[in-house]
Design a protein around this ligand. Structure first.
Ligand code: A2P
Length: 310
């Protein structure tokens, strides 16, 4: 069995999942089918990725082959910023379910603590959106609910008014942005952390308009040295590092060899304590997805520091 974690909801999340952000239409379906046939049991999706329809086609095809059953696959989707109005939440969820061709989602996340309204406070308030997400659980559309890109402070505020506690926070995490304080804060409260951009998302520069020449953990010398010691690839070292700290991890690939290799971290080998320590000591700490695209002089986030509460 693959390594997994128990969520506050009582359900189990497999630690290695296939990422689908940046996977192009015409490629993502084959990637999902390849992944499921290779043994992946967790696919991370979102409405904003604009490819859920093709993911759903591939999922349905592989389920029809009998390779795997629906209840053996963990499917996540995410509520986009423009659908935070409580009156829009269920329809948004149902649209993702329809595209993904599933009659329940394993996990539904609030994608960002952002609605795009200018002004001093987030409108509608995050607590109101959360209450609408709780109703998705009541109705049986969704098994587990959580958030993404939330700071500890924003999570704490949400938890104070929640009837169903957020079980997951999906955030950027890799050795160049370990996010260790947030991981520990969540762990102390039973909240599971999922690591996005575990390879540093070398393909995200064009998508989010960041500089393409920032240092990449895939090209790090220490990562390369650990990989050489183990006879593994740098990507496998990065994914294994995430698994060993108890996070789930979402490497994205549309390449069949890399999809298979990225799952080959779940048995038979591990990082030694001193190898983990070397990765935990890399001095450069820098987000790839810095959230600067949500900064607005009118608020609610006038700086990335306000977005991340740093
Ligand atoms: P590709 O899809 O062509 O394999 P992240 O998961 O951090 O967002 O990173 C995804 C990027 O990393 C994509 O550009 C992907 O390219 C690339 N990638 C995925 N797996 C590997 C791997 N095993 N080795 C090198 N690059 C990889």
């Amino acid at each position: 069995p693959q390594p997994s974690a128990k969520l506050l909801s009582g359900y189990t999340i497999p630690l290695v999942g296939l990422g689908t952000w940046k996977s192009a239409k015409g490629e993502v379906g084959a990637a999902v089918a390849t992944a499921l046939r290779a043994g992946y049991r967790h696919i991370d999706c979102a409405r904003i990725y604009q490819n859920e329809h093709e993911v759903g086609e591939a999922l349905a095809a592989v389920l029809a082959e009998g390779v795997v059953k629906r209840e053996e696959v963990f499917i996540t989707s995410k509520l986009w910023n423009s659908d935070h109005d409580p009156a829009r939440v269920e329809a948004a969820c149902r649209k993702s379910m329809e595209d993904l061709r599933v009659d329940y989602l394993d996990l539904y996340l609030m994608h960002w603590p952002v609605t795009g309204n200018p002004g001093p406070t987030v409108q509608p308030p995050l607590a109101d959106t959360w209450a609408a997400m709780e109703q998705l659980v009541d109705k049986g559309l969704v098994r587990t609910i959580g958030v993404s890109n939330f700071s500890a402070k924003k999570l704490e505020a949400l938890m104070a008014g929640a009837r169903i506690q957020p079980a997951v926070n999906q955030v950027e995490a890799h050795p160049y942005w370990r996010n260790e304080e947030l991981r520990a804060w969540c762990a102390a409260r039973g909240i599971h952390l999922t690591a996005y951009s575990p390879l540093g998302s070398p393909d995200s520069a064009a998508v989010i308009g960041r500089s393409a020449d920032v240092p990449s953990p895939l090209k790090d010398e220490t990562v390369a040295a650990v990989a050489a010691e183990l006879g593994k690839s740098p990507a496998q070292v990065l994914i294994r590092w995430a698994v060993q700290r108890g996070t789930s991890v979402l490497p994205k690939s549309v390449n069949p060899q890399r999809i298979a290799a990225n799952l080959d971290v779940v048995g038979g080998w591990e990082l030694a304590p001193e190898q983990v320590a070397a990765l935990d000591a890399l001095p450069l700490q820098r987000r790839m997805v810095d959230g600067s695209f949500w900064v607005d002089a009118r608020g609610p986030y006038r700086s990335t520091a306000e977005l991340w509460d740093e």
